[in-house]
Design a binder for this molecule. Structure first.
Ligand code: ADP
Length: 359
């Protein structure tokens, strides 16, 4: 039985803004789900509906077999960790972690046992008598998680918990959250706009745009087999390069170059002769031989690889990622091609609708 089951969920805010359209997801027991997408795509709204902080306009929410669609938050057996973790400044770390249990008038010994167990998991035992302002940002974030852990909820919900931390700390907190997930073996739903967090944390990613789910799958599925142009350019950094063109007599033709297709690519595109399509290729799948001339504008060495930026035909900006140290300078010209096993084809996007993958 799935642990959290969202069925045909819509959210329409007062005033008529529809933030979420027909959201469907089965979250398995112990699974780590990451909702990812740009700001405003409806991911927090979805999480807040699971938490009970927003009404569900249409659809059904089942948690652990129980219909929770209209239940108040306190009856849902969930705990939420926010971006603004707002610890109580006048209380010690111990008191902050104990707060929800104290409020519930739990037995003091039970509270002590639970707080100490959470402090052990989060490596906060030596901090319990301190006040929040004496702790680092990362430690405070751990206290916020501690407050959730002591409640031993069925489901943990995280709303952009790391976005207030600097880049280095975000990296180490990501690893801590993964360890925590392993130790607790708990079901987690996690919201972020950061595709790196999604790829590194998730068992499965739910990628959203404009209130619609675009794709649900394992990180590698979204990376290797994006369902449409939106997912293709949102997952992966730097984003996939996209070229609009036409399939014509065995070539992919765009304004700037002709690209001969191999047999496998022709087979994939057999129903698209004469039609407009989009060719996508990730920076890491561009090779340094082929029919396309790239005028280099910028060379960024990252140590183990180099991001090379350039233009095709003076206009189209392309980013390549080569797995070695390169020393190009502005004005250099190189020939590039696309690893044929790693090209992606999509139908042409129409207005706000992303173009569907062609396979
Ligand atoms: P995300 O978490 O992906 O950034 P949100 O779920 O916060 O996006 O918002 C989704 C959409 O719903 C946005 O267009 C936002 O402006 C709108 N929205 C969010 N909260 C409210 C609200 N309380 N009232 C009206 N519209 C809202």
């Amino acid at each position: 039985m799935p642990d959290v089951n969202l069925q045909h969920i819509d959210k329409i805010y007062d005033g008529g803004v529809q933030a979420v359209y027909d959201f469907n997801l089965d979250v398995a027991d112990g699974e780590f789900i990451v909702l990812v997408g740009p700001s405003g795509c409806g991911k927090s709204t979805t999480l807040r509906m699971v938490a009970g902080l927003e009404d569900i306009t249409n659809g059904k929410l089942i948690i652990d077999g129980k219909d929770c669609t209209r239940l108040p938050p306190k009856d849902r057996d969930i705990a939420m960790v926010f971006q603004n973790y707002a610890l109580y400044g006048h209380m010690t770390i111990y008191e902050n972690m104990a707060f929800s249990l104290t409020l519930r008038k739990e037995n003091k010994e039970v509270i002590h046992r639970k707080v100490m167990a959470a402090a052990e998991i989060l490596d906060l035992k030596s901090q319990l008598n301190k006040k929040p302002k004496q702790l680092s940002g990362g430690q405070r974030q751990r206290v916020a998680m501690g407050r959730a852990i002591v409640r031993n909820p069925k489901v943990f919900l995280f709303d952009e918990p790391l976005s207030n931390l600097d880049a280095k700390l975000r990296g180490s907190m990501r690893r801590e959250i993964l360890l925590l997930h392993k130790k607790l073996n708990a079901t987690m739903m996690y919201v972020t706009h950061d595709q790196t967090e999604a790829l590194t944390l998730a068992d499965r990613i739910v990628c959203m745009s404009m209130g619609h789910v675009q794709q649900i799958g394992k990180p590698i599925e979204l990376y290797e087999r994006p369902a449409n142009t939106f997912v293709a350019t949102f997952i992966g950094l730097p984003p996939m390069n996209m070229f609009e063109g036409k399939v014509e007599k065995g070539d992919f033709k765009c304004e700037l170059f002709n690209y001969p297709l191999n047999e496998k690519q022709k087979e994939i595109l057999k129903d698209y002769e004469g039609k407009e399509v989009v060719l996508g290729v990730r920076p890491e799948n561009i090779v340094r031989e082929g029919p396309v001339k790239l005028a280099i504008t910028n060379n960024e060495n990252l140590g183990m690889n180099t991001l090379v930026h350039g233009k095709i035909g003076g206009t189209k900006i392309v980013v390549c990622k080569f797995a070695e140290w390169c020393n190009y300078v502005e004005g250099d010209e190189i020939n590039i091609g696309f690893d044929p096993a790693m090209t992606h084809f999509f139908e042409k996007p129409e207005g706000d609708m992303p173009g569907k993958a062609i396979r």
